[in-house]
Design a protein around this ligand. Structure first.
Ligand code: WT7
Length: 573
């Protein structure tokens, strides 16, 4: 497929990562490890390195968290973070919660969420964050599978926790001003008020459990991906070279801690790097988001393609109503970042949007664009120093450049998942191809080492013997003026094996018509290639998307084939 490669040159001169090639050629993880206090003391705990260490180094008065929502507006210092997480650790200890126990956190973003999470880590518990929009079945599946002993939540979410059916769940810790006592219920505020500020941190092994993120596969119940304290090495390092965090940065990651981006890069990476971390509660609106950047003078901003597309849809005029001049580094993750969005970002924010690729299972960023490296819009970038990525065939053989195949990572890397909870065989499956970690994504690497995402492996379309990546087609489709969002699947076809079918939601002001279908198909045919042009188009008011913004092609496919849609617990609405 012909691809026009444009390049957005690197302009940063003071980036933490001076030269990608140089860092890669002489890389040694030991050099990163030396920056942690455990390297000399032998005493390991992620939360100590993220918070306490900075307080001991004199940063106690530095703002760790700027939290705001419709009713609260607070700045929490590193010193206060230490005190509150220490107290929460003592609250759990008093309840008998111990190292290795699973403690879930199920509540909207608030400072208490961060105290609870870090306090749990301090006593060596394994934290399971749950997204606030989960309903009962999703909550039940996760608490049952993990045999959680405690959950921190709010009265509003309590009805979704089937306490009576979960005998192992001994403590429901309620964050509220109107506590009503009942067996097993713990009053967070009252306990915190009485808790000692002196906590004996649980020193753990680097390989001990830290966090448990559930992620939906295409079949079966969600899987519990287990990460360990050792992941801090990668969180710290990528925070430094990918997020490019420096001492005076005000950083904003828009993801919720219910998802891995919201923990690895919403908590661990910024705190390990002693940044000031902005947390904004409430729902998305372009005005609110721009206002958050303006108000806190955000310098580094990590968000997702769907958000950028929605901001793009809100128009350039909206951008111009705000002063966003504090921004110096913008990043994206979670789904393909359309070249059109990158070009738009450069125009309206005067910022390159840096795409980053990784997964719940990888625990940290792996393939990224760096401030000091040229960007090729549409490419995810290159593997971080200290890791190796490759495109392998279905037997685990490494393919040459420009060949599409399985995106695979050489094992191990510091933040790699260490197990799937209760499911060793599922874990082994990831490493089935000659020991490579097989991502389930298809991609290719160009001759200069940039990786280009093509789709999930089972989404790859083969039409008339030509392999087509749905991402390329979708990217082209959204460049059409009438198209708001597009999802593309392979539809079985007796003649061509599969044909390309596009589900499209239109931008405001456009009406579905046969003429419009023809025009859109022609647009792709001219803009990309004839065989990549959709033979069938169906207009939809809304497309099914996950909370992290990925259009769920498997749901489109199920609709198309009249099949059940499977587990929808991570769907947006
Ligand atoms: C899948 C992982 C950890 C980030 C949040 C999502 C897709 C992720 C990109 C990217 C294209 C991407 C992949 C991957 N994905 N980043 N930059 N470009 N696709 O984590 O829910 O575990 O999903 O998201 O398909 O396998 P996740």
């Amino acid at each position: 497929m012909d691809k026009q490669v444009d390049i957005i040159k690197a302009t940063a001169t003071d980036a933490n990562l001076k030269s990608y090639e140089e860092a890669r050629s002489s890389f040694d993880w030991t050099e990163v490890e030396k920056e942690f206090s455990w390297y000399t003391t032998g005493k390991v705990n992620m939360a100590y390195e993220a918070i306490d260490r900075h307080v001991e180094a004199g940063l106690g008065d530095k703002v760790a968290l700027y939290y705001s929502d419709a009713t609260r507006d607070e700045a929490v210092t590193y010193g206060q973070m230490k005190t509150n997480s220490d107290k929460f650790g003592n609250v759990l200890r008093k309840l008998g919660v111990a190292k290795g126990d699973r403690v879930f956190i199920f509540m909207p973003r608030s400072p208490e969420l961060y105290y609870s999470l870090l306090g749990s880590v301090k006593i060596g518990a394994i934290v399971g964050p749950l997204f606030e929009a989960f309903m009962e079945q999703a909550v039940r599946d996760r608490l049952e599978d993990s045999q959680a002993v405690a959950i921190v939540t709010t009265p509003a979410l309590l009805p979704r926790i089937p306490v009576a059916d979960l005998p192992h769940l001994k403590h429901v810790i309620l964050v509220t001003d109107e506590f009503e006592a009942a067996p097993g219920r713990v009053d967070y505020k009252n306990e915190m008020a009485q808790a000692s500020e002196q906590l004996d941190i649980e020193w753990v092994d680097r390989e001990d459990g830290l966090i448990l993120h559930y992620t939906s596969g295409s079949t079966g119940k969600p899987k519990g991906v287990v990460h360990v304290h050792n992941a801090m090495i990668q969180h710290y390092y990528t925070g430094k070279i990918v997020l490019d965090l420096k001492k005076d940065d005000v950083y904003w990651c828009t993801a919720d801690p219910g998802w891995v981006t919201g923990t690895s890069y919403g908590i661990f990476a910024p705190f390990l790097n002693a940044a000031s971390n902005v947390i904004r509660g409430g729902r998305f609106s372009p005005q609110d988001w721009y206002n958050t950047i303006q108000r806190h003078k955000v310098t580094v901003w990590y968000s997702a393609p769907t958000a950028f597309r929605m901001l793009m849809g809100a128009g350039d005029d909206t951008v111009n109503q705000f002063d966003l001049s504090s921004l110096r580094h913008v990043l994206s993750v979670g789904e393909p970042l359309n070249p059109e969005v990158v070009r738009w970002g450069l125009k309206v924010y005067n910022q390159r949007i840096h795409d980053t690729w990784w997964m719940t299972e990888t625990g940290g960023q792996l393939i990224c664009n760096y401030p000091s490296m040229d960007i090729r819009p549409g490419s995810m970038g290159k593997p971080i120093p200290g890791t190796d990525a490759a495109i392998v065939d279905d037997n685990g053989n490494v393919l040459p450049p420009n060949r599409m195949g399985n995106l695979a990572i050489k094992t191990p890397w510091p933040s790699m998942m260490r197990k799937i909870w209760n499911n060793p065989s599922k874990y082994e499956e990831y490493f089935r191809l000659k020991g490579w970690y097989v991502s389930g994504d298809s991609a290719y690497m160009d001759e200069d080492g940039y990786f280009w995402f093509q789709g999930r492996v089972d989404d790859v379309i083969n039409t008339s013997g030509e392999r087509v990546g749905p991402f390329e087609v979708e990217s082209k489709l959204v460049e059409h003026p009438a198209v708001a969002e597009a999802g593309v699947i392979g539809k079985p076809d007796p003649l061509r094996g599969e044909i390309i079918k596009a589900f499209i939601s239109l931008r405001a002001g456009f009406e579905p018509s046969e003429e419009l279908k023809a025009d859109i198909a022609k647009f792709v045919k001219i803009g990309l290639s004839a065989h990549a042009s959709p033979r069938e188009i169906e207009f939809k008011d809304k497309l099914p998307k996950t909370r992290s913004g990925k259009i769920m092609r498997r749901v489109l496919k199920a609709w198309e084939l009249g099949l059940p849609t499977g587990d929808l617990s991570t769907i947006e609405d």
